[in-house]
Design a protein around this ligand. Structure first.
Ligand code: NAG
Ligand code: NAG
Length: 371
């Protein structure tokens, strides 16, 4: 019924996270002494949820793609690995949905690199992938807390919003955004803090870029969250109204980050080791915006070294002027048209009572695929 947007910076420096912070700090220091293995923790998203439970559950050393620091956090927060994997998986699925009609369609190349070499280029796509995966974990951890599935967190402890009506009760078990945010900050960002980079180098710029986009992803979850209220009372009398903090659907988060992808800002790393605008005429990005360092390849032709599958064989829309149109999707190479017959239910009638009877119609449609 009532939905208030929650604004304001995410919860920094809350006392209840002091302990978590210390542990993370130790994990980071520990990790810095060893080197970071290759691979991506997004591989966690390829695990089935059963694989993380029971006797046969892999130890933290054997989980795919974890860096040294992440594996240490895994030992301390073993029960958090289920939401981490759920979050990685929902990020992968959402990525495919958001990009289904684009040249780079977020397709998996193999199950080692997950998004393939595409993520090695400091491009918009990489910015998107980082933000979305950080958002995925924030979302999944916040929900797991609320559902009582994690030992170290429970319902949200966020204070009552100032603009909530006086007679409404602030209660109910809210999604724990604060905890989801903090845990993800430790778990996802630890990779970037495991190595020391020389100031102003490409590697350092890349690391700053990842950190910025991870933060943008976490904030997207917070920004789209809202206060939700419910009526109680005999037969809808609404004598009592309770409100709580509620996560957005992950689709809303995906849509939001996709918009940020479309408006992403090009930056570069300066000699002092800070990111600055690539072109001073552009608007300075906020913490909610995505940033990238390198132009994207056009993904038109297959090139495994850059993680491009090419668009040959992709189906396109002949009349659309958008990215899914044959013109843009096929990169001007033209398209083939194939007449295909499909069967569909048609002439459906409602028959008293209570069934729907349909005929099967055979229809011929044109399917266009890129040359
Ligand atoms: C993505 O594109 C590749 C290469 O053109 C294609 O093989 C694959 O089926 C596409 N994936 C989806 C989910 O559309
Ligand atoms: C193709 O694009 C047009 C214009 O954008 C749209 O109206 C139509 O629904 C699209 N067709 C399909 C099959 O997606």
């Amino acid at each position: 019924m009532a939905q208030n947007k929650l604004v304001g910076p995410p919860f920094l420096g809350k006392r209840q996270f002091f302990n978590l912070f210390i542990t993370l700090l130790l994990a980071v220091t520990e990790a810095a002494r060893r080197s970071s293995p290759a691979g991506s923790w997004l591989r966690m998203g390829m695990l089935t949820s059963d694989a993380l439970k029971g006797e046969e559950a892999p130890g933290c050393q054997n989980l795919p793609g974890l860096s040294v620091g992440q594996s240490r956090l895994c030992q301390l927060y073993t029960d958090h690995m289920t939401p981490v994997s759920v979050g990685a998986k929902q990020a992968l699925l959402e990525c495919r949905h958001q990009f289904q009609h684009r040249r780079w369609n977020c397709s998996l190349l193999d199950d080692v690199n997950v998004l393939g070499p595409a993520i090695n280029i400091a491009s918009r796509e990489s910015a998107f992938a980082h933000a979305l995966s950080a958002a995925g974990v924030t979302h999944a951890v916040a929900r797991s807390c609320r559902d009582g599935q994690l030992q170290s967190c429970g319902c949200s402890r966020m204070g009552r919003p100032q603009d909530l009506r006086k007679d409404w009760v602030w209660g109910g078990c809210g999604d724990n955004l604060e905890y989801g945010y903090k845990f993800t900050q430790g778990f996802v960002d630890v990779r970037e803090r495991e190595r020391k980079y020389k100031r102003g180098t490409r590697e350092q710029g890349r690391s700053l870029m990842n950190l910025h986009n991870n933060e943008a992803g976490r904030r997207a979850v917070i920004k789209k969250s809202r206060v939700t209220c419910k009526c109680h009372g005999v037969s809808g009398s609404c004598s009592l109204i309770t409100c709580w903090q509620q996560l957005p659907t992950f689709r809303e988060v995906g849509d939001f980050i996709r918009e940020k992808y479309d408006g992403a800002t090009e930056v570069r790393v300066n000699k002092r080791g800070r990111l600055q605008l690539g072109d001073p005429r552009y608007r300075v990005p906020t913490a909610n915006d995505l940033v990238y360092l390198e132009d994207s390849p056009n993904y038109c032709v297959a090139d495994p070294t850059i993680g491009s599958l090419g668009t040959t064989g992709r189906s396109c829309n002949r009349t659309s002027q958008d990215m899914d149109g044959c013109n843009l999707l096929c990169c001007g190479r033209g398209y083939n048209t194939l007449k295909t017959t499909i069967r569909e239910r048609c002439n459906c009638k409602f028959k008293w009572c209570c069934e729907v009877q349909c005929k099967t119609c055979i229809k011929t449609i044109d399917v266009h695929t890129c040359k």
